[in-house]
Design a protein around this ligand. Structure first.
Ligand code: PHE
Length: 449
């Protein structure tokens, strides 16, 4: 147990910025477009939006509630709320998921650093669509560079986490997130004025109901969890740093809206270009890296914009990686009773090793395939589509049925000092709607139903 004053966020905007900083990241700009492209376009977007409203918001608010009421890491939080019962396993599963997510996520974050470097060198200039594709595949298939950039990124993440909540996480996210937003709007404007943009917008916004499959729905659920940073205790951990005066309901709603908006804006930037340049929308994990450089070439000031964009993308990734690392660090430091510094070093070292394998998934470690997926793909699929939904399921069940309505109410109404008029709706969602939706989508998607 800690004796010193627990670190916390210093302001309301700081809370939203940090939680939105966690939610908004590569999940929105890299993962959302590629998963949408592989899963039928508009229909995926529609299912995604429905699931975010029905499942995403309830899970997020449940996490904030658990976190703030216990002031603990995910494992410790369940221990405290349900002593001597196995709920802490949900916390442990979240911590395992954090290791796995960070290991592949920081690899992609490393790619953004390579692309920032290329942007600075003007390395996309005059390249055809085919050349841009080769450039990406060659880079990613290499051994040294993907690993190096990954390690650099892990180092930066560890450095910020070591500096603590207010002086590290909050300080950076507050300044950087608004910038990213403006830049995406600029890219959107360029993208929708490209010749042939309409095709892309149609792909994104016009649902083709014949393309619904059980797997599409599971992918949408997994993407929702991933993008909102829910299901593994990231927001339990951040919730534990939220001041008792903040309105948790507002925070959950604002973060979800911001995250969803950025994902849609990223889609608007990418798909017109995908169609304008004849790229395959189901191209997979490389989609954004093969599309954006082409947009930059087509716009005045593209050189400068490409630098700013990859810089911001790297930063958006950083505000997410710190939130994932923070989960492990909070767990280590609180449960093993070690310093924040030691906890950060230990966690980063472990993730560093796992990530070297993930970074090599198209290169030296590319021979390993399970069910058609390389190591990176396995980490990505299992965390987003399995661990996070399972975690989210138990989190809402816990808040709905086991935490006790009095305790939930006290937390959401700040001990009765504000009216949380939405409470009955929230309880209905966490008790029935969200768990049922998760269970159905999950079992259906894995072919168990
Ligand atoms: N939500 C982050 C993103 O969209 C990724 C993330 C997942 C962060 C899970 C924390 C936990 O980029």
């Amino acid at each position: 147990m800690q004796t010193e004053q627990r670190d916390s966020f210093g302001s309301r905007f700081g809370v939203i910025a940090a939680a939105a900083g966690s939610a908004i990241g590569l999940g929105n700009i890299w993962r959302f477009p590629y998963v949408l492209g592989e899963n039928g376009g508009g229909i995926f977007l529609l299912i995604y939006l429905i699931l975010v409203a029905m499942v995403g918001i309830p899970v997020m608010l449940s996490e904030f509630t658990i976190g703030r009421s216990t002031q603990r890491n995910p494992y410790g939080a369940f221990r405290r709320l349900a002593p001597h019962r196995p709920w802490y396993l949900v916390g442990l599963m979240g911590i395992a998921a954090a290791f796995m997510i960070l290991a592949f996520y920081a690899v992609v974050a490393g790619w953004t650093l390579e692309y920032l470097y290329q942007a600075l060198l003007n390395g996309f200039r005059g390249k055809s669509s085919a050349e841009i594709t080769t450039m990406f595949d060659t880079f990613r298939g290499g051994t040294f560079r993907p690993i190096l950039w990954f390690l650099i990124f892990m180092f930066m993440t560890a450095w910020i986490v070591m500096s603590g909540i207010r002086k590290g996480i909050e300080k950076y996210t507050k300044i950087l997130m608004p910038f990213l937003f403006i830049l995406i709007i600029v890219l959107d404007i360029r993208a929708i004025t490209l010749p042939g943009a309409a095709e892309g917008l149609k792909f994104l916004f016009r649902p083709d109901f014949s393309k619904i499959t059980a797997e599409t729905i599971l992918e949408a659920l997994g993407q929702g969890f991933f993008s909102l940073s829910i299901g593994m205790g990231t927001l339990i951990t951040y919730g534990s740093y939220i001041n008792k005066k903040e309105k948790l309901g507002n925070a959950a709603l604002n973060v979800t809206l911001a995250d969803t908006l950025i994902a849609v804006l990223a889609g608007i930037a990418i798909f017109p270009a995908v169609f304008a340049f004849g790229i395959e929308p189901g191209e997979g994990t490389g989609l954004v890296f093969k599309t954006l450089p082409l947009i930059f070439q087509e716009m005045p000031g593209g050189y400068i914009f490409s630098i700013i964009f990859f810089l911001l993308l790297a930063i958006a990734a950083l505000t997410s990686t710190i939130s994932v690392l923070e989960v492990i660090v909070a767990f280590f430091s609180e449960e093993l009773n070690i310093s924040r510094k030691a906890a950060t070093l230990l966690a980063s070292l472990a993730v560093g090793i796992l990530g070297i394998f993930a970074a090599g998934s198209w290169g030296w470690f590319g021979g390993i395939h399970v069910m058609n997926q390389n190591f990176f793909g396995i980490l990505d699929f299992t965390t987003a589509n399995i661990l996070l939904p399972v975690g989210g399921f138990f989190i809402v069940i816990f808040v709905g049925w086991f935490m006790g309505p009095g305790r939930v109410k006290a937390e959401l109404s700040n001990d009765g000092s504000i009216r949380a008029a939405y409470l009955p709706v929230f309880m209905f969602l966490v008790r029935f709607v969200a768990p049922l939706a998760i269970a159905l989508v999950f079992m259906n998607g894995l072919g168990l139903l």
